[in-house]
Design a binder for this molecule. Structure first.
Ligand code: GLN
Length: 445
């Protein structure tokens, strides 16, 4: 009730929720109270949280931030949703996001921009901007996000909260509306690493319904939070401290690294030489996969359908023209172009080869160090409307995108302020190092 009242009172200003499911939540809260009274409560029974509107939620509108799915009531729960409710958590609603998770500012939503609770003239980051803003404003203790190229870590950084992108395959993607299937991964966004650890305990694990989810044991992520950090080897990628990095962000990150030194860690410079190819490679691979994934929205089976189509082609064409926003259309055009005959090898195959090199950069670095540290984003949150040119928006993700191409996990942790707006320290580990990232993040907090 406390959180529902806060949403009711505050969210007019932030616009962080697309749908609030108060009625269903109160019924579940009642059941949670009863479970607790009869001694049947689990660790997370009754804990309220929110879900990015990309997770299919049975009986609830699941819009993915798009007019295309404004009328879509999901007929089933995503695995993540199913697991969270089986653990007793209660969803209070679905959070705002960039349309189909394409964006870095949450300004691409059909439901309007989200505002940053630290400064209402700033963006909250994207695409999981609603989840980040809602947690930062205390409208909800935790929320689920997804990260294809930075969409958990960058909004977490902009809003001063903690956000973990797990290893690709650690969390099931079943029921999560697909953007770029080889990059998408769900993860927790909360105030602290400890809260994220509790959520990871619930959502991680193999799922027979997602063939890319990995059959590998899930540790108790809370058990190692307090492991000492003496002897930890930290690498600072020189490419993450170069041109374009805001000096105040750099200072906040370097100050955070000093805290780790005082905890017994050693620090050295490392190189990820292919970093500057990450954005171009991503903007071939992600739109290619998106153009294929989004072909299912054709006005026939679900989603927006145009009025009075003249014939089948008119139905497809107008339904898609009306249902998709500008950025989504741009990506579909790029993707269909790069996948077309005659261009496929030059763009898509080449981008996949570059991806391999980027992954190898990280694996080589992890031969020498345990974790990498750097900024989550080159600047703090920018003003709403400040980035009109799509390429300047794409460059926002310079420190986050390579991580998805490599499939490794990353976490953003609040580390001070620049120009009065929060800064995120990004910590990266090798595949399946989530427990270590949470441990390292927790020691800072
Ligand atoms: N900003 C990147 C994009 O627009 C990443 C988004 C994401 O991680 N979903 O594609």
């Amino acid at each position: 009730s406390h959180f529902l009242q806060r949403i009711e009172k505050t969210d007019d200003q932030l616009n962080s929720f697309i749908t609030v499911t108060a009625e269903q939540a109160l019924i579940k809260a009642d059941a949670a109270d009863k479970a607790r009274a009869s001694g049947k409560a689990g660790k997370l029974t009754g804990i309220p949280l929110a879900l990015k509107d990309i997770f299919c939620t049975q009986g609830v509108k699941t819009s993915c931030g798009s007019k295309m799915l404004d009328n879509f009531i999901a007929p089933y729960d995503a695995t993540v949703v199913e697991k969270l409710s089986a653990a007793g958590t209660i969803s209070l609603g679905k959070t705002n996001m960039d349309e189909f998770a394409m964006g870095s500012s949450n300004e691409n939503s059909h439901y309007g921009a989200v505002k940053n609770p630290w400064d209402l003239s700033a963006v909250p980051g994207g695409s999981s901007g609603g989840s980040a803003a809602a947690v930062a404003a205390g409208l909800i203790p935790a929320a689920m996000g997804t990260d294809t190229g930075g969409s958990i870590r960058q909004p977490a950084a902009f809003c001063g909260i903690t956000g973990l992108k797990p290893t690709y395959g650690r969390v099931s993607r079943y029921g999560m509306i697909a953007y770029a299937s080889s990059l998408d991964q769900a993860g927790p966004m909360a105030r602290t690493a400890e809260d994220c650890a509790h959520l990871m305990n619930v959502i991680a694990g193999h799922d027979v319904r997602d063939s890319t989810s990995v059959a590998r044991g899930v540790p108790d992520y809370t058990e190692t939070l307090n492991a000492p950090l003496s002897g930890l080897k930290i690498g600072l990628p020189t490419e993450y401290f170069g041109d374009g990095l805001d000096p105040e962000v750099e200072k906040a990150v370097r100050d955070a690294v000093k805290v780790y030194e005082s905890l017994g860690a050693s620090v050295r410079d490392v190189s990820l030489p292919h970093t500057h190819y990450a954005i171009p490679a991503y903007y071939v691979i992600a739109p290619a996969e998106a153009s294929s994934n989004l072909s299912r929205f054709d006005g026939v089976r679900f989603g927006h359908r145009c009025d009075a189509p003249a014939d089948l082609v008119d139905l497809y064409t107008r339904s898609r023209a009306e249902g998709f926003g500008e950025e989504v259309k741009r990506r579909i055009l790029i993707g269909t172009h790069t996948l077309s005959e005659g261009f496929f090898d030059a763009y898509y195959t080449k981008a996949q080869q570059v991806r391999r090199l980027i992954r190898q950069d990280f694996l080589d670095a992890f031969e020498d160090v345990d974790v990498l540290m750097g900024p989550a984003s080159p600047t703090p949150a920018f003003d709403l409307g400040a980035k009109k040119d799509p390429v300047s928006m794409y460059l926002q993700d310079i420190y986050t995108i390579a991580v998805n191409l490599a499939g490794i996990p990353g976490i953003s942790v609040p580390a001070g302020f620049a120009g009065g707006r929060p800064v995120g320290l990004q910590i990266l580990g090798t595949h399946f190092a989530e427990a270590q990232l949470l441990n390292v993040a927790h020691q800072f907090q």
